[in-house]
Design a protein. Sequence first.
Length: 148
Amino acid sequence: MTYRITSHDEPSDQAALDLVDTGIGDYNDAAEPRLSEVRHLSCIARDDMGAAVGGAVGRTWGDNAELQQLWLPDALRSHGLGRALLSVFEDGARKRGCTLTYLETWSFQARDFYEKCGYTVALELSGYAPDLSKFTMTKRLRSELLQR
């Protein structure tokens, strides 16, 4: 049999994309069953009327928590709300037995904020553009759990 490879700039064949996604998911689950233990974790900041104004979104599996997004509008930054969201997210991860949390951030985003919250750079990827880097940051949660 001969195979032909096509390249696409836009997702045009949803069935093919689903095939790849399902295939890698099935392979990963068979190779590492704990991957199927992935659980959503989010913390939402709400105003006095109950409207969502920002939040922290991620997931946990095994001993790890991944913070995928943390966002607040500019007007609500630098007032402790971001730190509070991060703290509640980390507490949720601890309650699930996580001892490590990790995240990715860009050089134009919140590296300094995360460092002030105890995260350290585990990996820096540069070369996207001049003066633009992506950072993977980690924080151990075990010691904080023992101190409480």
